[in-house]
Design a binder for this molecule. Structure first.
Ligand code: CKU
Length: 608
């Protein structure tokens, strides 16, 4: 079966059964599961909710920090009337690797922890009976997959994850698992691209199917009236008097795709799609041709106990908070989020910068030391023997992210890496390869960017030119020149911005990170770093700088909420740069942002 990333939907021809709930779970530190037939059932398991990260559920540290192979098991029933169809198990994500076994037979595998994959199980399932599903998962980090990291072994023989990134390496079956029944001849993909022509829209579309029969596309408005239709696997649909999708004013049409043979509907799929255009032009972001200033957050999928497991209560609360505070945008730092998040962004009219999990592509102190032990010489990150393998995997992930997310009106841009090493020219070909590929894959040709680390400056960064808009992560007043040194921080910040101003051409810039760790318990007059008062002073300084350059076209503060990281002297039980606490309550800075963002017009610094 062709790998389809379409979001599972029930229609006349399709069925979906959720497999979420309590599964069986077992660690496999010796990686002996396959050999010992765990593929048919786990010998000594405990129960485990799906979806969830397993880590914070346990009360002992060995389990929380567990690194290596671990297994999940459940039983699923396949209805007899599904015979002669395609039977598929669809994982929203398994972090970071998975091998899937049904009734003891391996039916598929996947590498990469943040995107969906399907396994086809027709040949191995028993109909009208329960079937056994076992998943061997693995959460070890390496330099040949994204996110990058290492796996070390402690003196007691246990493995430990060493992420080259600043978020906890949560793992498990973290997103929903679904059993699908699809017809043999089915729709595998569907792509749209919009053009506004006066009061109408032209929507170019491409449908992919597994067969030769004809395809129909129908568009319905909110009330359920058919407003347009077209015939054929590719074509253009004209939507008259179009209601455009807009910031906080989303309008979604229902697109229905059918494979037909005369009067018979062989397959039917639908999706909710907003019609809009988005481009970078003349130094501005233009949504439906009008300038829009980006206000919002870098986020994480992160919450108490469930870790990175999809939790719709948290997702909904986050959107309520993002609306309350007056934001209009977020970046899915540092990996593609669950599909449910993008559907909510479509509905709520939020702009999303969609990011791959390419974080940690940098000689951090940890991996730099390790690399040097072996070779005795310093290699830059993109000059390693393993770089081609990393690039291949990165391309695969980019392809699947764009394939999965390309039809969302909310998705306005692709962030292809976060804070990679860019000060050596050996990095440039790696970037060009991926940026070209993103354009090739995306029919809408969304603008492309990557988040530029503090050490990459106007005169040192060798890669910013590949961006359609440049995204800076900057911490003047926190990691450098913090506290009473704020006055110097502001001067240094302005100096850097003047440098960019001189070379940027027409490109707009945004900030994808700026922030200060802040403990909600700490107040101090006058301020000290970590106090709520300092967070406000830090933000005031940053905003003063942003407001004095008209080519700075957006501000996404780091971070929406406090989040879990690996323990260490730099982090007080996690990163505390949240504007909200991890429990999604406001710090003082939240009111500061509300005041600012409620008063910034949507076309702030737009053409007059
Ligand atoms: C954030 C050197 C800046 C690294 N950057 C990446 C992000 O993942 C971190 O959480 C900064 C921080 O708070 O340090």
């Amino acid at each position: 079966m062709i790998q389809s990333l379409l979001y599972p939907r029930v229609t006349e021809t399709r069925r979906v059964i959720s497999l979420d709930g309590m599964w069986k779970f077992q660690f496999d530190p010796a990686s002996k599961g396959v050999e010992e037939n765990w593929t048919k059932g786990l010998p000594d398991s405990c129960s485990m909710p799906v979806p969830a990260s397993f880590c914070d559920i346990f009360t002992d540290k060995d389990s929380r920090e567990y690194t290596g192979d671990f297994w999940y098991e459940t039983d699923f029933f396949v209805p007899g009337e599904w015979k002669d169809n395609e039977i598929v198990i669809r994982f929203g994500s398994v972090t970071h690797r998975a091998r899937v076994f049904v009734n003891g037979t391996e039916v598929g595998s996947h590498v990469g922890g943040f995107l969906p994959f399907n396994v086809c199980v027709n040949d191995v399932v028993k109909y009208n009976q329960y079937n056994k599903l076992c998943v061997q998962a693995n959460n070890e980090l390496s330099e040949t997959m994204i996110p990058c990291g290492a796996t070390a072994t402690l003196s007691n023989g246990k493995k430990i994850s060493q992420p080259y990134f600043d978020f906890y390496n949560y793992a498990g079956i973290q997103r929903p698992v679904k059993l699908l029944m699809l017809p043999k001849e089915s729709i595998t993909d569907f792509t749209v691209n919009h053009r506004i022509t006066g009061s109408d829209a032209e929507v170019d579309y491409v449908v992919e199917t597994t067969g030769q029969n004809n395809v129909l596309v129908e568009v319905y408005d909110k009330k359920g009236n058919k407003v347009a239709e077209a015939n054929g696997k590719t074509g253009t649909i004209v939507v008259k008097d179009v209601k455009l999708w807009n910031v906080h004013a989303a309008y979604l049409y229902k697109f229905v795709v059918k494979i037909v043979d005369g009067d018979t509907v062989i397959d039917e799929y639908y999706d909710t799609i907003g019609i809009r255009t988005f481009e970078v032009k003349g130094g501005h972001f233009l949504l439906n041709g009008k300038p829009v200033y980006l206000k919002g957050f870098g986020k994480h999928e992160d919450a108490d106990i469930r870790g990175r497991g999809l939790d719709m209560v948290t997702v909904k609360r986050d959107f309520e908070l993002m609306k309350w505070i007056g934001s209009n945008c977020f970046r899915t730092s540092h990996y593609p989020y669950a599909e449910e998040v993008y559907y909510m962004a479509d509905e709520e009219g939020f702009l999303v910068i969609d990011e791959t999990p390419a974080v940690g592509l940098m000689e951090s102190t940890m991996n730099f030391l390790a690399a040097n032990q072996g070779t005795g010489k310093k290699v830059t990150f993109f000059e390693k023997e393993t770089t081609p393998i990393l690039l291949e995997h990165h391309r695969e992930v980019l392809k699947d992210m764009i394939k999965r997310d390309k039809n969302h009106a909310s998705v306005i841009a692709w962030s292809i890496l976060n804070e990679p090493e860019t000060n050596h020219e050996s990095a440039t070909p790696y970037f060009e390869n991926l940026f070209d590929y993103a354009h090739e894959l995306d029919m809408q040709k969304r603008p492309r960017t990557f988040a530029v680390i503090m050490m990459s400056l106007p005169h040192t960064c060798k890669c910013w030119q590949v961006c359609d808009f440049v995204s800076l992560n900057r911490y003047y007043g926190w990691y450098v020149m913090g506290g009473y040194g704020m006055v110097d921080a502001e001067a240094a910040f302005r100096k850097e911005m003047d440098g960019w101003g001189a070379i940027r051409g027409e490109r707009p810039f945004i900030f994808t990170e700026y922030g200060a760790d802040t403990l909600p318990s700490e107040h101090k007059l006058p301020s000290v770093m970590w106090s709520q008062e300092y967070q406000k002073e830090y933000l005031d300084m940053n905003h003063r700088v942003f407001d004095s350059y008209d080519w700075i076209q957006g501000e996404l503060v780091w971070n929406f909420a406090d989040f879990q990281t690996t323990e260490g002297i730099m982090r007080a039980n996690g990163n505390k740069k949240g504007i909200f606490t991890r429990q999604r309550q406001p710090k003082d800075a939240a009111f500061h942002f509300k005041e600012r963002w409620d008063n910034l017009p949507i076309d702030y610094k737009g053409e007059k």
